[in-house]
Structure formats: structure tokens, C-alpha cells
Design a protein around this ligand. Structure first.
Ligand SMILES: [Zn+2]
Length: 190
């Protein structure tokens, strides 16, 4: 079965690890419809002798967003005055679990932003700072040079946008778009 994960492979909750005919589900896993899935973010351990599969958490400390942290996430919703971000990294480390944050239009930039659609679009990847937390709701800000969109995709063809001075241009179709860009746009790994 080529779908089976190898030892040491990085997995996220819900990733399929194998089928119960082949492996016994051990710690960090669960079984659904005769298949074994990862229950947490971590690394796979296949015990081939005992036919056991487990997932070990990457860190002992659970990483959750805190005020002041810089997070990396993707834009999952854009409204006229706010955006919802799915957080997948905190301070460059993968998060344990699922968190989302909200950015209000007043927290996008030090300069005036007329519409959220001029700043972010669905699927953009951005860096933001956690500015407050209330009842598990994280408020984020992209004010500052290094914060904002680091990767964006063309709204007409889905191609990756390249930075040309203060604009983003689609290499594929030539479409020009606007974002609240980070000074780190397009640089380095996500
Ligand atoms: Zn395009």
C-alpha cells in the first residue's frame, strides 16, 4: 500500500496512516471505517515487529497563540471590513491544533485601507501579530513593514503572484493585483 506513511513522517490530525488489517492503532491515532488516522500533529512511528502505528507529538509543550506572537496563516474569509485567518505557524513553529484569528480593517496597515479586498484575498498566506485574545478569539494585526501577505495567488487564474515594486503581477496571465504586502513577500519558505 503506497498510501502508508513511513516512520518519521510529519502528519497532521486526520491524516491517514494505514488500515487496521495491517496496523494496530496505538497512541496518537484513532480508527474510523477500518482506517487508522493521526489524532495530533507529530511524527509517525511504525513498529513493524508488533505492527503498531503511533504518532508522537512534535513538542511536549503545546503551542498556542499568545499576545505578541507573530503567526503565519492563510486567509479563509474576506469581508468588506474583516478577514479570518487560519493560523498554522506561531513564531515559525507548526501549531498544535487549529486556531483562527480575525483582522479588522483598522488593523491592516498604518495607512488608510478603503476595502479589505484591497488588502487580502482568499488563499493568501500572511504574517500577522497577535494583538489580543478574548474567549479564545484571536485578534491579529498586519501593521508594520514585515507583516502582511507573503504569498498570494491570482484571482483570475490562480497562478502565483510575483512582486514588481509595489504591485503584484501574475506571471501566467499578466493580471495586476493589490495587497497589504509584507517586506518579506515571496522570500523563503512558508
Ligand atoms: Zn493570473
Amino acid at each position: 500500500m503506497n498510501e502508508i506513511k513511513r516512520s518519521g513522517q510529519f502528519v497532521a490530525p486526520g491524516d491517514k496512516l494505514g488500515v487496521i488489517e495491517e496496523f494496530i492503532a496505538s497512541s496518537g491515532t484513532y480508527v474510523k471505517d477500518d482506517k487508522v488516522f493521526a489524532k495530533l500533529v507529530g511524527q509517525v512511528l511504525l513498529d513493524l515487529m508488533n505492527k503498531k502505528v503511533s504518532v508522537y507529538p512534535l513538542t511536549r509543550n503545546v503551542i498556542v497563540p499568545k499576545v505578541g506572537n507573530i503567526i503565519t496563516g492563510d486567509v479563509v474569509n474576506v469581508q468588506e471590513t474583516s478577514s479570518i485567518i487560519r493560523i498554522f505557524k506561531i513564531g515559525g513553529k507548526p501549531v498544535s491544533g487549529f486556531f483562527s484569528g480575525i483582522i479588522h480593517i483598522s488593523d491592516v496597515s498604518f495607512s488608510y485601507v478603503n476595502s479589505m479586498f484591497d488588502a487580502f484575498r482568499l488563499g493568501d498566506i500572511l504574517k500577522a501579530k497577535v494583538i489580543s485574545e478574548k474567549n479564545g478569539a484571536y485578534h491579529l494585526s498586519t501593521k508594520g513593514q514585515n507583516l502582511g501577505v507573503i504569498y498570494a495567488f491570482c484571482s483570475s487564474c490562480g497562478g502565483i503572484l510575483s512582486r514588481k515594486k509595489n504591485k503584484l503581477v501574475c506571471e501566467r496571465c499578466g493580471n495586476t493585483e493589490k495587497r497589504k504586502m509584507s517586506s518579506e513577500y515571496g522570500r523563503g519558505p512558508l
